[in-house]
Design a protein around this ligand. Structure first.
Ligand code: NDP
Length: 292
């Protein structure tokens, strides 16, 4: 039935996915390479299959969440025939190229593929905080939505197989930039005797306010006009930035996470773009034609 779903891979994420599907009333079959990872899923009503082939045969929709692309092929290649005519929802982290490769594989085996990117950590799965990006056939996406929506908000990224992965990796890149900034902020504050817990409410407030940057920057970058609506010109920012680096060094904090951006800002100013916004740095990040 349409409420039948199989989950291959019961790592931290796979267990969260299976748990949310169960909680949503789906009939869930699970399988994991190493037995015994079912935890309380079976007590919650899930069926533990003895093999991947048996698990695939149990449901029309097969969710796979393993370590990486290689492990996905390791598990799916031997059961490709059984997957024919079913819907594969692939939620393993990977690149757009890997998603494209799997789409070709799925096409050759008569499998409908949705390639997803999970924008959540396991405890967020099944809550409104989670969203999952999907690319593949829009018709298949719409058909699967009742199940997919149990995991979090389902966001369609486009029919091109790699689009969900591309957007996922772009979002993760920004997340790591933020993690780097937060870690540096705590190190610097700590070196001056301010505990992380004391800085935290200010930091949360500041990052919230500065998140408006996202939309303004998008407008400048898409128009290619980095001089439009400039509030904080780059020359001013580049003049203040070395102070961040210097104060870090003076307090015994390695500025390694700060310096790369400072160098790009300086280069941009030296190239005559000091009157523009910091968004012009994106032009220096594009290292070949066609990357915009
Ligand atoms: P875990 O390390 O907890 O689980 C990894 C899973 O992959 C296990 O079920 C493991 O099986 C299986 N596996 C690894 N290699 C193979 C193989 N060769 N053949 C068969 N099975 C294999 O990872 P997570 O569950 O946390 O993550 C799973 C995916 O979800 C990853 O791609 C991750 O990037 C993505 N993700 C995770 C997030 C998170 O915060 N955890 C957030 C967003 C995405 P076994 O038990 O037998 O080792």
């Amino acid at each position: 039935s349409k409420r039948d779903v199989t989950v291959l891979g019961l790592g931290t994420m796979g267990r969260a996915l299976a748990g949310a599907l169960l909680a949503g009333g789906a009939r869930v079959t699970v399988w994991n390479r190493t037995p015994g990872r079912e935890g309380d899923l079976v007590a919650g009503g899930a069926v533990a299959a003895a093999s991947a082939a048996e698990a695939v045969a149990a449901s029309r929709t097969v969710v796979v969440c393993l370590l990486d692309h290689a492990s996905v092929h390791e598990v799916l290649d031997p059961v490709a025939d059984r997957l024919a005519g079913r819907v594969l929802v692939e939620l393993t982290n990977g690149s757009p190229e890997q998603a494209g490769e799997l789409a070709g594989w799925a096409g050759r085996h008569g499998v409908e593929l949705l390639s997803g990117g999970i924008m959540a950590v396991p405890p967020m799965i099944g809550t409104p905080a989670a969203f999952v990006l999907y690319s593949g056939s829009r018709a298949v996406f719409e058909e699967q939505r009742p199940l997919l929506d149990l995991l979090g908000e389902s966001v369609f990224a486009g029919e091109e197989p790699g689009r969900a992965a591309l957007q996922d990796l772009a979002l993760l890149s920004a997340m790591y930039g933020m993690f780097g900034g937060v870690l540096h902020a705590y190190a610097l504050a700590g070196a001056g005797g301010v505990a992380a817990g004391e800085l935290a409410p200010l930091l949360r407030r500041w990052l919230g306010a500065m998140s408006d940057f996202v939309d303004g920057a998008a407008a400048q970058i898409d128009s290619g006009d980095h001089a439009r609506d400039v509030v904080s010109n780059l020359a001013m920012q580049a003049a203040a930035y070395p102070g961040l680096v210097a104060v870090s060094r003076a307090h015994g904090v390695d500025p390694a996470l700060l310096t790369p951006l400072g160098e790009l800002m300086r280069r941009r100013v030296d190239d005559g773009h000091g009157h523009e916004d910091i968004t012009g740095v994106v032009e220096l990040l594009r290292t070949r034609e066609g990357s915009r």
